[in-house]
Design a protein around this ligand. Structure first.
Ligand SMILES: [Zn+2]
Ligand SMILES: [Zn+2]
Length: 364
């Protein structure tokens, strides 16, 4: 089969590799029908994630068809169309029993395109199939569920739920890339009073408004702290969600927060940030961090199936899986291409989405 292989920092190629085989009786083999690229894949290519060994197939977000199953797999059948999520659960360890699958110590957690071969490939081996994949309802397209593999549960769990968003809250979201936009989309499920999106790029702020932000602030031109204080009677935001992953944006969140408020960090950080305890200690501020558990994936899937959540606007570009090298170039140049999520289709149909999305993809 062919797959997108990491060959060390800065090096990737679309290679002929051996087909995956069952290694455990709980495994299934999935023929990938749709996959996508994540900001984390770019971090790996920069060399920021040294646990990823050269020779690893990248990718941790996909939908596919089960083509082979191990003898112990009970709930998944050959022919089923399944969502393969960024998090795998052994189902047996202490953390899986607490539904904290991201912390799995039984061989699961974030393993695809990290510790084992990933999902930007024609086929993939999926361990712990019974406790890790989600059957896709027949009336939903791959693309409608693909972003449940990572960004939607990540933003919802690590941002919105950890941040304790309540009806009526002022929620400040710093960063309007795919994760920040997913935080806007899923925060709205809890009816905040006002969502304030903060970013340095006007194009991303425009998207933030389209996704449901009520107020946008370009912090290259305006002081976001002043703006949020003015909106909240001088108190600050009830919840601040960090969706970038650099020290300045984390520190900004701690400046935006009201006394007793919550800062939820979602961004993946590569450098230390300063924690101003000398200012924060007396203000009862809670700060949370986390990797997604995907414990809300089934619930979000229901919302999509019922038409109450529409992730299709994330799909800005489409490529045949075999053109994944070009797709990476487009995704990595998001500032110029305005890419949010790039969909890789094994058998390109260009019919999966409403027309305007398809046209936007072609134009992009
Ligand atoms: Zn991802
Ligand atoms: Zn586990």
């Amino acid at each position: 089969m062919r797959a997108l292989v990491y060959h060390g920092p800065g090096l990737r190629s679309w290679d002929e590799v051996p087909d995956p085989v069952l290694q455990d009786d709980g495994d299934v083999i999935v023929k990938i029908t749709s996959s996508t690229i994540c900001g984390t894949d770019l971090h790996i290519l920069k060399g920021d994630v040294p646990e990823v060994k050269p020779g690893t197939i990248l990718g941790h977000e996909a939908v596919g068809i089960v083509v082979e199953k191990g003898s112990a797999v009970r709930t998944v059948e050959v022919g089923d169309r399944v969502l393969v999520s960024c998090i795998t659960s052994c189902g047996r360890c202490r953390f899986c029993k607490e539904a904290r699958y991201g912390l799995c110590i039984g061989g699961g957690g974030w393993i695809f395109g990290h510790l084992i071969d990933g999902l930007q490939a024609e086929y993939a081996r999926v361990p712990f199939a019974d406790t890790s994949v989600y059957e896709v309802p027949a009336h939903l397209t791959d693309e409608q569920v693909l972003f449940l593999a990572d960004i939607l549960p990540t933003a919802f769990e690590v941002g919105v739920i950890a941040g304790g968003v309540q009806p009526g809250d002022t929620v400040a979201i710093v960063g309007a890339g795919p994760i920040g936009l997913a935080a806007i989309m899923t925060a709205k499920l809890l009816t905040p009073g006002r969502i304030v999106a903060i970013d340095l790029a006007d194009a991303r702020l425009e998207k933030a408004r389209a996704f449901g932000a009520d107020v946008t602030v370009n912090n290259g031109r305006e002081d976001p702290v002043e703006k949020v204080m003015a909106l909240t009677g001088g108190l600050g935001a009830d919840v601040a969600i960090e969706a970038v992953g650099v020290p300045a944006t984390f520190e900004l969140c701690t400046d935006l927060i009201r006394p007793g408020g919550r800062v939820a960090n979602v961004g993946v950080h590569g450098h230390p940030a300063t924690l101003h305890l000398e200012k924060l200690w007396i203000r009862d501020v809670t700060i949370t961090t986390g990797l997604v558990d995907t414990s809300t994936t089934a619930r979000l899937l229901k919302l999509i199936a019922e038409g109450r959540l529409d992730p299709l606007p994330f799909a800005t570009h489409r490529y045949p899986l075999a053109s994944v090298m070009d797709a990476y170039d487009t995704f990595a140049a998001a500032a110029e291409t305005d890419a949010l999520k790039v969909v890789l289709e094994a058998e390109p149909k260009m019919l999966a989405a409403p027309k305007e999305h398809v046209l936007a993809g072609i134009a992009g």
